[in-house]
Write a protein that binds this ligand. Structure first.
Ligand code: ASP
Length: 581
Protein backbone atom coordinates (compact mmCIF):
# COMPACT_ATOMS: atom_id res chain seq x y z
CA UNK A 1 0.00 0.00 0.00
CA UNK A 2 1.78 3.09 -1.18
CA UNK A 3 0.65 6.67 -1.01
CA UNK A 4 -1.25 7.65 -4.16
CA UNK A 5 -1.75 11.39 -3.58
CA UNK A 6 -0.78 14.26 -1.36
CA UNK A 7 -3.75 15.10 0.88
CA UNK A 8 -3.90 18.69 -0.29
CA UNK A 9 -3.99 17.65 -3.95
CA UNK A 10 -7.07 15.43 -3.83
CA UNK A 11 -9.79 17.13 -5.88
CA UNK A 12 -12.91 16.60 -7.98
CA UNK A 13 -10.89 14.87 -10.71
CA UNK A 14 -10.38 11.99 -8.24
CA UNK A 15 -14.07 11.37 -7.50
CA UNK A 16 -14.83 7.65 -7.14
CA UNK A 17 -11.12 6.77 -7.12
CA UNK A 18 -9.57 4.79 -4.34
CA UNK A 19 -6.76 6.76 -2.74
CA UNK A 20 -4.07 6.03 -0.18
CA UNK A 21 -3.07 9.07 1.86
CA UNK A 22 -0.46 9.51 4.55
CA UNK A 23 -0.10 12.44 6.84
CA UNK A 24 -0.81 14.11 10.15
CA UNK A 25 -4.16 14.49 11.86
CA UNK A 26 -4.79 18.22 11.70
CA UNK A 27 -8.02 17.88 13.66
CA UNK A 28 -10.44 15.16 14.57
CA UNK A 29 -14.11 15.73 15.27
CA UNK A 30 -16.61 13.21 16.53
CA UNK A 31 -20.09 14.13 15.36
CA UNK A 32 -22.07 11.55 17.22
CA UNK A 33 -21.26 8.51 15.19
CA UNK A 34 -19.44 10.02 12.24
CA UNK A 35 -15.78 10.86 12.77
CA UNK A 36 -14.21 13.57 10.65
CA UNK A 37 -10.46 13.74 10.33
CA UNK A 38 -8.73 16.60 8.58
CA UNK A 39 -5.69 14.83 7.24
CA UNK A 40 -2.71 17.03 6.46
CA UNK A 41 0.54 16.90 4.58
CA UNK A 42 2.74 19.59 3.10
CA UNK A 43 0.26 20.24 0.29
CA UNK A 44 -2.73 20.86 2.55
CA UNK A 45 -5.76 19.20 4.06
CA UNK A 46 -8.38 16.76 2.97
CA UNK A 47 -11.42 15.75 4.97
CA UNK A 48 -11.70 12.05 5.79
CA UNK A 49 -15.09 10.71 6.88
CA UNK A 50 -15.21 7.56 8.97
CA UNK A 51 -18.58 5.89 9.25
CA UNK A 52 -19.42 3.72 12.29
CA UNK A 53 -19.59 0.58 10.17
CA UNK A 54 -16.19 1.24 8.55
CA UNK A 55 -13.31 -1.08 9.45
CA UNK A 56 -11.37 2.15 10.05
CA UNK A 57 -13.71 3.22 12.84
CA UNK A 58 -11.98 1.68 15.86
CA UNK A 59 -8.62 3.26 14.97
CA UNK A 60 -10.22 6.55 13.99
CA UNK A 61 -11.72 6.72 17.43
CA UNK A 62 -8.23 6.60 18.94
CA UNK A 63 -6.38 9.11 16.89
CA UNK A 64 -5.55 12.57 18.19
CA UNK A 65 -4.04 15.74 16.78
CA UNK A 66 -0.66 15.28 15.09
CA UNK A 67 -0.80 11.48 15.00
CA UNK A 68 0.61 10.10 11.78
CA UNK A 69 -1.80 7.85 9.89
CA UNK A 70 -2.34 6.09 6.60
CA UNK A 71 -5.87 6.24 5.24
CA UNK A 72 -7.35 4.24 2.40
CA UNK A 73 -10.66 5.39 1.03
CA UNK A 74 -12.87 6.49 -1.81
CA UNK A 75 -13.11 10.11 -2.92
CA UNK A 76 -16.59 11.55 -3.21
CA UNK A 77 -18.08 14.97 -3.81
CA UNK A 78 -19.22 16.87 -0.77
CA UNK A 79 -22.85 17.97 -0.75
CA UNK A 80 -23.06 21.57 -1.94
CA UNK A 81 -23.77 22.98 1.51
CA UNK A 82 -20.63 21.34 2.94
CA UNK A 83 -18.19 22.67 0.37
CA UNK A 84 -15.30 24.46 2.11
CA UNK A 85 -13.97 27.23 -0.11
CA UNK A 86 -11.06 27.91 2.26
CA UNK A 87 -9.16 24.76 1.37
CA UNK A 88 -8.16 23.46 -2.06
CA UNK A 89 -9.72 20.03 -1.53
CA UNK A 90 -12.86 21.60 -0.10
CA UNK A 91 -15.22 20.18 -2.73
CA UNK A 92 -14.42 16.57 -1.91
CA UNK A 93 -13.95 14.21 0.99
CA UNK A 94 -12.54 10.74 1.41
CA UNK A 95 -14.74 7.96 2.81
CA UNK A 96 -12.36 5.83 4.84
CA UNK A 97 -12.12 2.11 4.27
CA UNK A 98 -8.99 1.58 6.32
CA UNK A 99 -6.90 3.57 8.77
CA UNK A 100 -3.54 2.60 10.15
CA UNK A 101 -1.73 4.49 12.89
CA UNK A 102 1.90 4.98 11.82
CA UNK A 103 2.93 7.00 14.86
CA UNK A 104 1.23 8.39 17.90
CA UNK A 105 2.06 11.90 19.04
CA UNK A 106 2.18 13.83 22.27
CA UNK A 107 -0.18 16.74 22.49
CA UNK A 108 1.65 19.50 20.60
CA UNK A 109 2.96 22.35 22.77
CA UNK A 110 0.78 24.77 20.82
CA UNK A 111 -1.89 24.30 18.18
CA UNK A 112 -0.78 24.52 14.57
CA UNK A 113 -3.93 23.45 12.77
CA UNK A 114 -5.73 26.76 12.25
CA UNK A 115 -3.53 28.13 9.45
CA UNK A 116 -4.15 25.02 7.39
CA UNK A 117 -7.89 25.61 7.63
CA UNK A 118 -7.40 29.12 6.32
CA UNK A 119 -7.72 30.72 9.75
CA UNK A 120 -5.28 32.71 11.87
CA UNK A 121 -2.73 30.66 13.78
CA UNK A 122 -2.67 31.32 17.49
CA UNK A 123 0.03 33.77 18.57
CA UNK A 124 2.75 31.93 20.51
CA UNK A 125 5.91 33.39 22.04
CA UNK A 126 8.88 33.12 19.74
CA UNK A 127 11.02 31.41 22.35
CA UNK A 128 8.48 28.61 22.70
CA UNK A 129 8.13 28.33 18.95
CA UNK A 130 11.90 28.04 18.57
CA UNK A 131 12.20 25.50 21.37
CA UNK A 132 9.63 23.37 19.54
CA UNK A 133 10.72 24.30 16.05
CA UNK A 134 9.87 20.89 14.59
CA UNK A 135 6.23 21.38 15.48
CA UNK A 136 6.36 25.07 14.59
CA UNK A 137 7.70 24.26 11.14
CA UNK A 138 4.57 22.25 10.47
CA UNK A 139 2.57 25.48 10.42
CA UNK A 140 1.30 26.54 7.07
CA UNK A 141 3.07 29.90 6.96
CA UNK A 142 6.48 28.41 7.69
CA UNK A 143 5.95 25.65 5.13
CA UNK A 144 4.98 28.31 2.63
CA UNK A 145 7.95 30.54 3.50
CA UNK A 146 10.53 27.79 3.16
CA UNK A 147 9.08 26.69 -0.15
CA UNK A 148 9.18 30.26 -1.40
CA UNK A 149 12.81 30.39 -0.31
CA UNK A 150 13.53 27.22 -2.27
CA UNK A 151 11.84 28.68 -5.34
CA UNK A 152 13.86 31.87 -5.09
CA UNK A 153 17.10 29.90 -4.90
CA UNK A 154 16.05 27.62 -7.77
CA UNK A 155 15.21 30.66 -9.93
CA UNK A 156 18.58 32.23 -9.07
CA UNK A 157 20.35 29.05 -10.22
CA UNK A 158 18.39 28.93 -13.47
CA UNK A 159 18.97 32.56 -14.33
CA UNK A 160 22.64 32.69 -13.46
CA UNK A 161 23.32 29.39 -15.19
CA UNK A 162 21.74 30.80 -18.35
CA UNK A 163 23.92 33.87 -17.99
CA UNK A 164 27.07 31.80 -17.87
CA UNK A 165 27.75 31.94 -14.13
CA UNK A 166 29.54 29.04 -12.47
CA UNK A 167 28.68 28.08 -8.94
CA UNK A 168 31.77 27.40 -6.84
CA UNK A 169 31.96 26.46 -3.18
CA UNK A 170 34.49 28.24 -1.02
CA UNK A 171 35.77 27.05 2.37
CA UNK A 172 34.19 27.51 5.79
CA UNK A 173 37.41 26.81 7.64
CA UNK A 174 39.56 29.66 6.47
CA UNK A 175 41.29 32.90 7.37
CA UNK A 176 39.61 36.10 8.35
CA UNK A 177 37.66 37.86 5.56
CA UNK A 178 36.93 41.25 7.05
CA UNK A 179 33.44 42.69 6.55
CA UNK A 180 33.46 44.83 9.65
CA UNK A 181 32.37 42.21 12.19
CA UNK A 182 34.22 39.95 14.61
CA UNK A 183 35.26 36.52 13.40
CA UNK A 184 33.95 33.25 14.69
CA UNK A 185 37.03 31.21 15.43
CA UNK A 186 37.47 27.45 15.24
CA UNK A 187 40.41 25.97 17.12
CA UNK A 188 42.67 23.62 15.22
CA UNK A 189 43.39 20.33 16.98
CA UNK A 190 46.25 19.42 14.68
CA UNK A 191 47.92 22.82 15.08
CA UNK A 192 47.29 23.54 18.75
CA UNK A 193 47.00 27.22 19.51
CA UNK A 194 46.00 28.05 15.95
CA UNK A 195 42.58 28.96 14.72
CA UNK A 196 40.53 28.99 11.58
CA UNK A 197 38.10 31.83 11.07
CA UNK A 198 34.66 31.19 9.61
CA UNK A 199 34.16 33.45 6.59
CA UNK A 200 32.30 36.74 7.10
CA UNK A 201 31.74 36.42 3.36
CA UNK A 202 33.44 34.62 0.46
CA UNK A 203 34.86 37.99 -0.64
CA UNK A 204 38.53 37.13 -1.05
CA UNK A 205 37.85 33.72 -2.55
CA UNK A 206 35.56 35.11 -5.20
CA UNK A 207 38.15 37.71 -6.09
CA UNK A 208 40.76 34.98 -6.40
CA UNK A 209 38.36 33.01 -8.62
CA UNK A 210 38.27 36.03 -10.92
CA UNK A 211 42.08 36.15 -10.97
CA UNK A 212 41.91 32.43 -11.72
CA UNK A 213 39.88 33.19 -14.83
CA UNK A 214 36.38 31.89 -14.02
CA UNK A 215 34.92 35.18 -15.25
CA UNK A 216 31.46 34.75 -13.66
CA UNK A 217 30.99 33.12 -10.26
CA UNK A 218 28.10 32.73 -7.86
CA UNK A 219 27.35 30.90 -4.67
CA UNK A 220 24.49 30.60 -2.22
CA UNK A 221 26.90 31.20 0.59
CA UNK A 222 26.67 30.93 4.33
CA UNK A 223 28.38 33.80 6.12
CA UNK A 224 29.35 34.08 9.77
CA UNK A 225 29.59 37.34 11.65
CA UNK A 226 30.02 37.66 15.37
CA UNK A 227 28.15 40.88 15.99
CA UNK A 228 26.06 42.18 18.80
CA UNK A 229 22.73 40.93 17.61
CA UNK A 230 20.44 43.63 16.45
CA UNK A 231 16.79 42.78 16.10
CA UNK A 232 17.09 41.26 12.69
CA UNK A 233 20.55 39.72 12.55
CA UNK A 234 21.62 36.11 12.63
CA UNK A 235 25.19 35.08 13.46
CA UNK A 236 25.07 32.79 10.44
CA UNK A 237 23.10 33.95 7.46
CA UNK A 238 22.91 33.40 3.73
CA UNK A 239 24.04 35.49 0.80
CA UNK A 240 23.66 35.13 -2.88
CA UNK A 241 27.24 36.05 -3.65
CA UNK A 242 28.39 36.82 -7.18
CA UNK A 243 31.37 38.24 -8.99
CA UNK A 244 32.11 39.19 -12.62
CA UNK A 245 35.27 40.00 -14.55
CA UNK A 246 35.89 42.69 -17.18
CA UNK A 247 32.87 44.71 -16.06
CA UNK A 248 32.00 48.16 -14.88
CA UNK A 249 29.52 49.13 -12.21
CA UNK A 250 26.65 49.49 -14.69
CA UNK A 251 27.08 45.94 -15.96
CA UNK A 252 26.65 44.58 -12.47
CA UNK A 253 23.63 46.73 -11.68
CA UNK A 254 21.99 45.78 -14.95
CA UNK A 255 22.52 42.05 -14.49
CA UNK A 256 21.17 42.20 -10.95
CA UNK A 257 18.07 44.09 -12.07
CA UNK A 258 17.30 41.39 -14.59
CA UNK A 259 17.97 38.72 -12.00
CA UNK A 260 15.63 40.39 -9.50
CA UNK A 261 12.92 40.77 -12.15
CA UNK A 262 13.29 37.10 -13.12
CA UNK A 263 13.09 35.93 -9.52
CA UNK A 264 9.96 38.00 -8.84
CA UNK A 265 8.29 36.86 -12.03
CA UNK A 266 9.08 33.18 -11.48
CA UNK A 267 8.16 33.03 -7.81
CA UNK A 268 5.47 35.64 -7.18
CA UNK A 269 4.33 36.19 -10.75
CA UNK A 270 5.08 39.92 -10.37
CA UNK A 271 6.60 42.21 -12.99
CA UNK A 272 9.22 44.44 -11.45
CA UNK A 273 9.79 47.61 -13.41
CA UNK A 274 13.47 47.80 -14.34
CA UNK A 275 15.87 49.54 -14.43
CA UNK A 276 15.61 50.48 -10.76
CA UNK A 277 16.04 54.15 -9.88
CA UNK A 278 19.54 55.18 -8.84
CA UNK A 279 20.33 57.72 -6.19
CA UNK A 280 23.62 58.94 -4.85
CA UNK A 281 24.43 58.35 -1.21
CA UNK A 282 24.50 62.11 -0.68
CA UNK A 283 21.04 62.54 -2.16
CA UNK A 284 19.60 59.61 -0.20
CA UNK A 285 20.94 61.03 3.04
CA UNK A 286 19.85 64.57 2.27
CA UNK A 287 16.35 63.77 1.06
CA UNK A 288 15.46 60.73 3.16
CA UNK A 289 17.91 60.80 6.05
CA UNK A 290 18.96 57.25 5.27
CA UNK A 291 21.28 55.36 2.95
CA UNK A 292 18.44 52.89 2.47
CA UNK A 293 15.43 55.07 1.83
CA UNK A 294 11.98 53.55 1.85
CA UNK A 295 10.44 54.89 -1.34
CA UNK A 296 7.01 53.45 -0.69
CA UNK A 297 6.09 56.92 0.53
CA UNK A 298 7.22 60.50 -0.04
CA UNK A 299 7.92 62.96 2.78
CA UNK A 300 11.29 64.23 1.69
CA UNK A 301 13.48 66.23 4.01
CA UNK A 302 14.22 69.81 2.97
CA UNK A 303 17.35 71.81 3.71
CA UNK A 304 16.32 75.12 5.27
CA UNK A 305 19.68 76.08 6.76
CA UNK A 306 19.91 79.28 4.69
CA UNK A 307 16.52 80.54 5.81
CA UNK A 308 17.52 80.42 9.45
CA UNK A 309 21.18 81.44 9.01
CA UNK A 310 22.04 84.43 11.15
CA UNK A 311 18.42 84.81 12.21
CA UNK A 312 17.01 85.55 15.64
CA UNK A 313 16.39 81.91 16.53
CA UNK A 314 19.73 81.32 18.20
CA UNK A 315 19.67 77.51 18.19
CA UNK A 316 19.29 77.47 14.41
CA UNK A 317 21.21 80.58 13.42
CA UNK A 318 24.62 79.02 13.20
CA UNK A 319 23.84 75.31 13.05
CA UNK A 320 25.76 73.31 10.43
CA UNK A 321 22.42 72.36 8.89
CA UNK A 322 18.75 72.84 9.60
CA UNK A 323 16.57 70.16 8.06
CA UNK A 324 12.79 70.30 7.82
CA UNK A 325 10.12 67.66 7.32
CA UNK A 326 6.43 68.24 6.71
CA UNK A 327 4.01 65.89 8.43
CA UNK A 328 0.73 65.91 6.49
CA UNK A 329 -1.37 66.24 9.67
CA UNK A 330 -1.80 68.51 12.66
CA UNK A 331 0.25 66.59 15.20
CA UNK A 332 -0.65 66.72 18.88
CA UNK A 333 1.81 67.76 21.59
CA UNK A 334 2.01 64.16 22.69
CA UNK A 335 2.74 62.88 19.18
CA UNK A 336 5.46 65.45 18.76
CA UNK A 337 7.04 64.42 22.05
CA UNK A 338 7.10 60.82 20.93
CA UNK A 339 8.70 61.78 17.64
CA UNK A 340 11.21 63.93 19.49
CA UNK A 341 12.24 60.91 21.58
CA UNK A 342 12.97 59.07 18.34
CA UNK A 343 15.01 61.98 16.98
CA UNK A 344 16.98 62.24 20.23
CA UNK A 345 17.63 58.52 20.11
CA UNK A 346 19.48 59.20 16.85
CA UNK A 347 21.50 62.01 18.32
CA UNK A 348 19.39 65.12 17.65
CA UNK A 349 19.43 67.80 20.32
CA UNK A 350 15.69 68.21 19.94
CA UNK A 351 12.80 68.37 17.52
CA UNK A 352 11.44 71.83 16.82
CA UNK A 353 8.01 72.22 15.28
CA UNK A 354 5.15 74.44 14.32
CA UNK A 355 1.66 73.80 13.03
CA UNK A 356 0.18 75.57 10.05
CA UNK A 357 -3.48 76.18 10.55
CA UNK A 358 -5.94 78.88 9.47
CA UNK A 359 -3.26 80.39 7.25
CA UNK A 360 -0.82 80.97 10.15
CA UNK A 361 1.87 79.23 12.13
CA UNK A 362 1.03 78.29 15.69
CA UNK A 363 2.75 76.47 18.51
CA UNK A 364 6.36 75.46 18.92
CA UNK A 365 8.74 77.88 17.22
CA UNK A 366 5.94 79.68 15.33
CA UNK A 367 7.30 83.13 16.05
CA UNK A 368 10.72 82.30 14.68
CA UNK A 369 9.54 80.86 11.36
CA UNK A 370 11.44 82.79 8.69
CA UNK A 371 10.03 84.37 5.57
CA UNK A 372 9.74 81.96 2.68
CA UNK A 373 9.74 78.79 4.74
CA UNK A 374 6.18 77.85 3.84
CA UNK A 375 7.01 77.96 0.14
CA UNK A 376 10.37 76.29 0.59
CA UNK A 377 8.87 73.18 2.26
CA UNK A 378 5.55 73.43 0.35
CA UNK A 379 3.57 73.52 3.55
CA UNK A 380 -0.20 73.33 3.29
CA UNK A 381 -3.11 74.00 5.56
CA UNK A 382 -3.49 71.42 8.33
CA UNK A 383 0.12 70.28 8.36
CA UNK A 384 2.96 70.35 10.87
CA UNK A 385 6.53 71.22 10.06
CA UNK A 386 9.31 69.54 12.06
CA UNK A 387 12.95 70.63 12.32
CA UNK A 388 16.26 69.26 13.45
CA UNK A 389 19.38 71.42 13.53
CA UNK A 390 22.97 70.41 14.21
CA UNK A 391 25.80 68.49 12.57
CA UNK A 392 24.83 67.16 9.13
CA UNK A 393 24.85 63.42 9.70
CA UNK A 394 23.04 63.45 13.03
CA UNK A 395 20.47 65.90 11.72
CA UNK A 396 19.57 64.03 8.56
CA UNK A 397 19.61 60.64 10.27
CA UNK A 398 17.43 61.70 13.16
CA UNK A 399 14.89 63.44 10.94
CA UNK A 400 15.05 60.38 8.66
CA UNK A 401 14.02 58.22 11.62
CA UNK A 402 11.13 60.60 12.31
CA UNK A 403 10.14 60.32 8.66
CA UNK A 404 9.94 56.52 8.90
CA UNK A 405 7.87 56.70 12.05
CA UNK A 406 5.47 59.20 10.44
CA UNK A 407 5.18 56.91 7.42
CA UNK A 408 4.02 54.13 9.70
CA UNK A 409 1.80 56.19 11.97
CA UNK A 410 0.03 58.07 9.25
CA UNK A 411 -0.42 54.93 7.16
CA UNK A 412 1.54 56.40 4.25
CA UNK A 413 3.47 53.27 3.35
CA UNK A 414 2.17 51.96 0.04
CA UNK A 415 1.80 48.36 -1.07
CA UNK A 416 4.21 46.44 -3.23
CA UNK A 417 7.94 46.47 -3.73
CA UNK A 418 10.06 49.56 -4.28
CA UNK A 419 13.66 49.04 -5.27
CA UNK A 420 16.47 51.47 -5.77
CA UNK A 421 20.23 51.53 -6.09
CA UNK A 422 22.18 53.78 -3.81
CA UNK A 423 25.49 54.60 -5.51
CA UNK A 424 28.53 56.83 -4.97
CA UNK A 425 29.11 55.85 -1.38
CA UNK A 426 32.09 57.46 0.27
CA UNK A 427 35.06 55.10 0.26
CA UNK A 428 35.94 55.81 3.87
CA UNK A 429 34.40 57.10 7.02
CA UNK A 430 36.03 58.58 10.06
CA UNK A 431 36.08 56.27 13.02
CA UNK A 432 35.79 58.52 16.08
CA UNK A 433 36.79 55.86 18.57
CA UNK A 434 39.75 54.54 16.66
CA UNK A 435 40.75 58.05 15.53
CA UNK A 436 41.36 56.89 11.96
CA UNK A 437 39.78 56.29 8.60
CA UNK A 438 37.95 53.06 8.11
CA UNK A 439 36.39 51.46 5.06
CA UNK A 440 32.69 51.88 4.47
CA UNK A 441 32.18 48.71 2.40
CA UNK A 442 35.31 46.59 2.77
CA UNK A 443 39.01 47.22 2.19
CA UNK A 444 38.95 45.74 -1.31
CA UNK A 445 36.53 48.26 -2.81
CA UNK A 446 37.90 50.45 -5.55
CA UNK A 447 37.95 54.21 -5.16
CA UNK A 448 36.26 56.09 -7.96
CA UNK A 449 39.20 56.66 -10.26
CA UNK A 450 38.21 60.31 -10.73
CA UNK A 451 38.87 60.85 -7.02
CA UNK A 452 42.14 58.97 -6.88
CA UNK A 453 44.29 62.04 -6.33
CA UNK A 454 42.30 62.86 -3.17
CA UNK A 455 43.12 59.52 -1.62
CA UNK A 456 45.84 60.68 0.75
CA UNK A 457 45.06 64.42 0.64
CA UNK A 458 41.35 64.40 1.48
CA UNK A 459 40.27 60.80 2.05
CA UNK A 460 36.78 61.73 3.29
CA UNK A 461 35.85 63.12 -0.11
CA UNK A 462 36.80 60.05 -2.12
CA UNK A 463 33.83 58.28 -3.61
CA UNK A 464 33.81 54.50 -4.01
CA UNK A 465 32.56 52.34 -6.84
CA UNK A 466 30.20 50.85 -4.30
CA UNK A 467 26.46 50.34 -4.46
CA UNK A 468 23.66 49.04 -2.30
CA UNK A 469 20.42 47.56 -3.47
CA UNK A 470 17.50 48.72 -1.35
CA UNK A 471 14.06 47.09 -1.22
CA UNK A 472 11.28 48.77 0.78
CA UNK A 473 13.72 50.55 3.04
CA UNK A 474 15.92 47.52 3.71
CA UNK A 475 19.42 47.02 2.38
CA UNK A 476 19.08 43.75 0.48
CA UNK A 477 22.35 43.79 -1.40
CA UNK A 478 25.68 45.52 -1.58
CA UNK A 479 28.76 45.31 -3.67
CA UNK A 480 31.51 47.14 -5.41
CA UNK A 481 34.08 47.23 -8.14
CA UNK A 482 37.27 45.89 -6.60
CA UNK A 483 40.80 47.05 -6.57
CA UNK A 484 42.56 44.84 -9.10
CA UNK A 485 46.05 46.38 -8.97
CA UNK A 486 48.39 45.38 -6.23
CA UNK A 487 49.86 48.87 -5.78
CA UNK A 488 46.47 50.45 -5.24
CA UNK A 489 45.48 47.72 -2.79
CA UNK A 490 48.67 48.43 -0.86
CA UNK A 491 47.92 52.16 -0.85
CA UNK A 492 44.47 51.38 0.46
CA UNK A 493 45.83 49.22 3.27
CA UNK A 494 48.23 51.99 4.20
CA UNK A 495 45.37 54.48 4.34
CA UNK A 496 43.49 52.16 6.67
CA UNK A 497 46.47 52.02 8.96
CA UNK A 498 47.44 48.50 7.92
CA UNK A 499 51.22 48.57 7.55
CA UNK A 500 53.13 46.51 4.95
CA UNK A 501 53.98 43.76 7.41
CA UNK A 502 50.46 43.39 8.69
CA UNK A 503 49.13 43.52 5.13
CA UNK A 504 51.51 40.77 4.16
CA UNK A 505 50.65 38.67 7.18
CA UNK A 506 46.88 39.00 6.81
CA UNK A 507 46.35 39.43 3.10
CA UNK A 508 49.59 38.27 1.53
CA UNK A 509 47.71 35.63 -0.46
CA UNK A 510 45.46 38.30 -1.98
CA UNK A 511 48.33 40.65 -2.82
CA UNK A 512 50.15 37.77 -4.42
CA UNK A 513 47.07 36.83 -6.45
CA UNK A 514 46.77 40.44 -7.62
CA UNK A 515 50.37 40.37 -8.80
CA UNK A 516 49.72 37.45 -11.17
CA UNK A 517 47.52 39.39 -13.57
CA UNK A 518 44.08 40.23 -12.16
CA UNK A 519 41.23 41.24 -14.45
CA UNK A 520 39.13 44.27 -13.52
CA UNK A 521 36.27 42.77 -11.54
CA UNK A 522 33.39 43.49 -9.26
CA UNK A 523 30.35 41.91 -7.75
CA UNK A 524 27.66 42.01 -5.17
CA UNK A 525 26.06 39.96 -2.43
CA UNK A 526 22.36 39.80 -1.69
CA UNK A 527 21.13 39.20 1.83
CA UNK A 528 19.00 36.26 0.87
CA UNK A 529 17.18 35.97 4.18
CA UNK A 530 15.93 39.56 3.95
CA UNK A 531 14.95 39.15 0.30
CA UNK A 532 12.80 36.17 1.05
CA UNK A 533 11.35 37.73 4.20
CA UNK A 534 10.27 40.79 2.23
CA UNK A 535 8.86 38.65 -0.55
CA UNK A 536 6.94 36.56 1.98
CA UNK A 537 5.62 39.69 3.70
CA UNK A 538 7.38 38.77 6.95
CA UNK A 539 9.00 41.35 9.22
CA UNK A 540 11.58 39.01 10.70
CA UNK A 541 14.14 36.96 8.79
CA UNK A 542 13.66 34.25 11.42
CA UNK A 543 10.37 33.45 9.67
CA UNK A 544 12.22 32.36 6.54
CA UNK A 545 15.04 30.43 8.23
CA UNK A 546 14.31 26.82 9.16
CA UNK A 547 16.40 26.77 12.33
CA UNK A 548 17.18 30.33 13.40
CA UNK A 549 18.93 31.61 16.49
CA UNK A 550 17.22 33.85 19.00
CA UNK A 551 18.19 37.41 19.85
CA UNK A 552 20.94 36.20 22.17
CA UNK A 553 22.44 34.15 19.36
CA UNK A 554 21.29 30.91 20.95
CA UNK A 555 19.39 28.07 19.37
CA UNK A 556 16.70 27.10 21.87
CA UNK A 557 16.10 23.84 19.98
CA UNK A 558 19.58 22.28 20.14
CA UNK A 559 20.71 24.54 22.97
CA UNK A 560 23.76 25.71 21.09
CA UNK A 561 26.17 27.11 22.05
CA UNK A 562 26.95 24.66 24.85
CA UNK A 563 29.85 23.87 27.17
CA UNK A 564 32.27 21.17 26.03
CA UNK A 565 34.10 18.56 28.06
CA UNK A 566 37.51 19.09 29.63
CA UNK A 567 38.80 16.30 27.43
CA UNK A 568 37.72 18.09 24.26
CA UNK A 569 39.33 21.31 25.44
CA UNK A 570 42.54 19.53 26.35
CA UNK A 571 42.70 17.97 22.90
CA UNK A 572 42.47 21.46 21.43
CA UNK A 573 45.10 22.78 23.78
CA UNK A 574 42.61 25.21 25.28
CA UNK A 575 42.29 26.21 28.90
CA UNK A 576 39.36 28.38 29.85
CA UNK A 577 39.99 31.46 31.93
CA UNK A 578 37.83 31.73 34.96
CA UNK A 579 35.17 34.42 34.64
CA UNK A 580 37.43 36.72 36.66
CA UNK A 581 40.21 36.09 34.24
N1 ASP B 1 31.38 40.71 0.36
C1 ASP B 1 30.47 41.81 0.37
C2 ASP B 1 29.53 41.71 1.56
O1 ASP B 1 29.42 40.68 2.19
C3 ASP B 1 29.64 41.88 -0.87
C4 ASP B 1 30.43 42.26 -2.07
O2 ASP B 1 31.18 43.26 -2.00
O3 ASP B 1 30.27 41.60 -3.08
O4 ASP B 1 28.87 42.67 1.88
Amino acid sequence: MRRTHYCGNVNTSNINEQVVLEGWVNRRRDLGGLIFIDLRDREGLVQVVVQPESPAYAQANRVRSEWVVRVTGIVRARPAEQVNAKIASGEVEVVAEGLEVLAEARTPPFPIDAGWRGEQDQVVSEEIRMRHRVVDLRRRTLQRNLRLRHKVVAAIYRFLDQEGFISVETPFLTRSTPEGARDFLVPSRLQPGQFYALPQSPQLFKQMLMVAGFDRYFQIARCFRDEDLRADRQPDFTQLDLEMSFVEQDDILELNERLAAYVFKETLGLELPIPFPRMSYAQAMNCYGSDKPDLRFGLELADVSELFRGGEFRAFADAEVVKALVAPALLSRREIEELEAIAKGKGAAGLAWSRYEGGAFSGGIARFIPEGLKERVRLEEGQTVLFVAGPWRKSVESLGAVRLELGKRLGLIGEGFRFLWVVDFPLLEWDEEGGRWTYMHHPFTSPNLEDLELLERDPGRVRAYAYDLVMNGAEVGGGSIRIHRRELQERMFALLGIGPEEAQEKFGFLLEALSYGAPPHGGIAWGLDRWVANMAGEDSIREVIAFPKNKEGRDPLTEAPSPVSEAQLAELGIALRTPNG
